[in-house]
Write a protein that binds this ligand. Structure first.
Ligand SMILES: C[S@@+](CC[C@H](N)C(=O)[O-])C[C@H]1O[C@@H](n2cnc3c(N)ncnc32)[C@H](O)[C@@H]1O
Length: 316
C-alpha cells in the first residue's frame, strides 16, 4: 500500500487519519511499525507532512519515530527522515501566529477540517475550543448508521463546540439542513470560522447561531424532520435543568421528534443525575450504543484513556 494507507491492524485507521487528527504521539507506535523498514521510511515522512500543517506536531512525531528506529539495532535510519527532522530546527516565521487546524479524514466521502486546540481543556471559561471524545463517538455513530436512514432529515446541534458532529452530519447523504448552536459567543465565532474552512464540502446546508439553553428560543425548522444532536453536554449536573428543558422545548416542536445525546460517563452519579432529570421531565431515554475502551472506531482515534461513552436517544 502507498500514500499513508497502511492501516493499523486492530482499528483499521490509516496513518493519515491519526496524523491528521493530531493523535498524541505516544499512541502512534502501532502505526510506526509498518514504516520502520528502511525503504518505507520516506513514505512515513511524506504522510506525516501531507496530513497535518502543524509543524510542532510533525516534529514531535518524527522525533518519536527516530527514537523508535534507533532503539532497534536491526534497523537503519533513512537520511530523508533525518533531513526532515533537521528542517524543523529552523523555525518558520509565522508558525506561532497560525491557528491550529485538525484534519478529520473520516471516510472516502466525508472530511472535516477544524480550527481547534486539541489539548486545551478550557479557555476563557469555555470548554468548546477542542473536540471531545463524545463528539467523536456521536459522529462515528451517525456515519455508521447512515445507511439505515432512508428519508431526508435535518439536525440542530446544541453545545456544538468546534462543530464536528454537525459538520459530519451535513455530509451524510440524507441531510437537508444543519444548525450549529452554542451558548458561548467565542465558541460561536470559532464555529463560523470552521464553517468557512469547510465551505467547499458543506455548501449552504449549514448555519450557526448563539443558543443558551432555556434562555434562547428553540430552533424551529420548516418543511423538514429534525433531530437534536448534542455531544459532551452532560458533564455538570448544575446545567441539567436548563439542558433538559431546552431539549424538551425542541422535542415539542412539530418538526423535531428525537434527540441524540452522547455522554462521556466520567462519573456514574452525574450520568444518573442526567437520566433522573430526563425522567422528571417525562423525556424517555434509550441507550443506543455504549463505546468502551479500547474504542474500535473506523473513523476516529478515540483516546483509550476516555471513560465509556453512551449514545442516547431521547424522545417525548
Ligand atoms: C464539553 S463542551 C462539548 C463541545 C462539543 N459538543 C464536543 O463534544 O466536542 C460543552 C459545550 O457546551 C456549551 N455550553 C455549556 N453550557 C451551555 C449553555 N448553558 N447553553 C449553551 N451552550 C452551553 C459550551 O460552550 C461548550 O461548547
Amino acid at each position: 500500500m502507498t500514500d499513508g494507507s497502511t492501516a493499523r491492524e486492530s482499528s483499521g485507521l490509516l496513518l493519515k487519519q491519526v496524523i491528521g487528527q493530531q493523535v498524541l504521539p505516544k499512541y502512534l507506535k502501532p502505526w510506526f511499525e509498518a514504516y520502520t523498514q528502511y525503504e518505507r521510511q520516506p513514505e512515513f515522512v511524506n504522510t506525516v507532512e501531507s496530513s497535518t500543517e502543524n509543524r510542532e506536531y510533525q516534529k514531535s512525531v518524527l522525533k518519536l519515530f527516530i527514537r523508535n528506529i534507533e532503539s532497534d539495532h536491526t534497523k537503519e535510519l533513512h537520511e530523508d527522515v533525518f533531513e526532515a527532522y533537521a528542517s524543523y530546527m529552523i523555525p518558520s516565521l509565522d508558525e506561532t501566529e497560525r491557528k491550529n487546524i485538525v484534519n478529520y479524514a473520516i471516510s472516502p466521502a466525508i472530511a472535516v477540517r477544524l480550527y481547534e486546540e486539541p489539548n486545551v481543556i478550557a479557555r476563557e471559561g469555555g470548554t468548546g475550543h477542542r473536540t471531545w471524545e463524545a463528539a467523536l463517538a456521536l459522529a462515528d455513530y451517525l456515519v455508521d448508521t447512515s445507511s439505515f436512514q432512508t428519508t431526508p432529515r435535518s439536525f440542530v446541534e446544541l453545545g456544538a463546540g468546534t462543530g464536528l458532529v454537525g459538520l459530519v452530519a451535513c455530509q451524510l447523504p440524507y441531510t437537508e439542513q444543519v444548525v450549529l448552536t452554542d451558548g458561548d459567543t467565542t465558541v460561536v465565532d470559532n464555529l463560523e470560522e470552521n464553517m468557512r474552512l469547510n465551505s467547499g464540502t458543506i455548501g449552504s446546508k449549514v448555519c450557526s447561531q448563539k443558543l443558551w439553553w432555556n434562555k434562547d428560543p428553540p430552533v424551529s425548522l420548516v418543511n423538514t424532520e429534525a433531530t437534536i444532536i448534542a455531544a459532551d453536554v452532560t458533564y455538570d449536573s448544575d446545567l441539567f435543568p436548563a439542558l433538559v428543558q431546552c431539549i424538551k422545548q425542541h422535542l415539542a416542536l412539530p418538526s423535531t421528534d428525537n434527540a441524540l445525546v452522547s455522554a462521556t460517563i466520567r462519573s456514574p452519579e452525574t450520568y444518573q443525575a442526567f437520566l433522573d432529570e430526563c425522567a422528571t421531565n417525562s423525556v424517555k431515554v434509550h441507550v443506543l450504543k455504549t463505546y468502551t475502551s479500547p474504542f474500535a472506531s473506523r473513523h476516529f482515534f478515540i483516546s483509550p484513556e476516555s471513560p465509556d461513552i453512551a449514545v442516547l436517544r431521547l424522545e417525548l
